[in-house]
Design a protein around this ligand. Structure first.
Ligand SMILES: [Zn+2]
Length: 213
């Protein structure tokens, strides 16, 4: 099972009805594990068709397993029964109407919520700008400063003004050349916007540094 599947394994549940398409051998329907994982030495993959479904062997009155399946395995499956009142095969927290945001929320449940997230992520923001802002806050932009830290040999000076060291803060808020480009592109709002963002940036940097410490 993949890394993501393992992480959500405890929150998903399988439904057993005539229409479910749960794989008998490979899906983790047996208390979070697959039959092949629980009984690795039984060679079930050589005894049962690889594409067999749970519904192929489950009847209204119990299991009808091939004779090649051992009693030990048959007994361990007795807990599982058909439930015709259940529609669907896979359930997320007992609901078959899971949405992607539920998965994201659960998947990142142990990560700290930072108070600058709405500065970066918003449904009306273009994802590529949000992503680059997030990279900048986390020192992930491939500036000369960061590349040199990784022993990648590049000129240390800013690629735009060739005067100062190329750091994230310099490129975004200190570089005279970058600022002049912005000023020409958006002359009416640039001063206010840059000042506001610089204040936010410094606030965020302070928060990030204090958390890191
Ligand atoms: Zn510069």
């Amino acid at each position: 099972m993949g890394r993501v599947a393992l992480q959500i394994n405890s929150i998903i549940r399988f439904g057993f009805n005539r229409n479910s398409i749960t794989s008998f051998l490979w899906d983790p329907w047996l208390f979070g594990k697959s039959v092949m994982t629980v009984f690795p030495s039984s060679n079930l993959d050589s005894l049962i068709p690889l594409h067999a479904m749970v519904s192929d062997y489950l009847r209204d009155d119990g299991w009808l397993l091939p004779a090649v399946v051992s009693d030990t395995i048959a007994i361990s499956l007795q807990h599982f029964k058909f439930n015709q009142e259940t529609n669907g095969t896979l359930f997320w927290q007992d609901s078959n109407k899971a949405c992607f945001s539920s998965f994201i929320k659960y998947y990142h449940r142990e990560e700290a919520k930072v108070d600058w997230y709405n500065l970066v992520w918003h449904k009306h923001f273009a994802v590529k700008y949000s992503f680059y802002t997030w990279l900048a806050i986390n020192n992930g932009l491939k500036t000369a400063e960061e590349l040199l830290k990784r022993t990648i040999r590049v000129p240390q000076s800013c690629s735009l003004c060739f005067v100062h060291s190329e750091t994230t803060g310099h490129l975004l808020y200190e570089c005279d050349y970058a600022f002049s480009v912005l000023q020409n592109l958006i002359p009416m709002v640039i001063k206010t916007a840059v000042e506001a963002k610089l204040a936010n940036w410094k606030h965020t940097e302070n928060l990030r540094i204090s958390w890191a410490g």
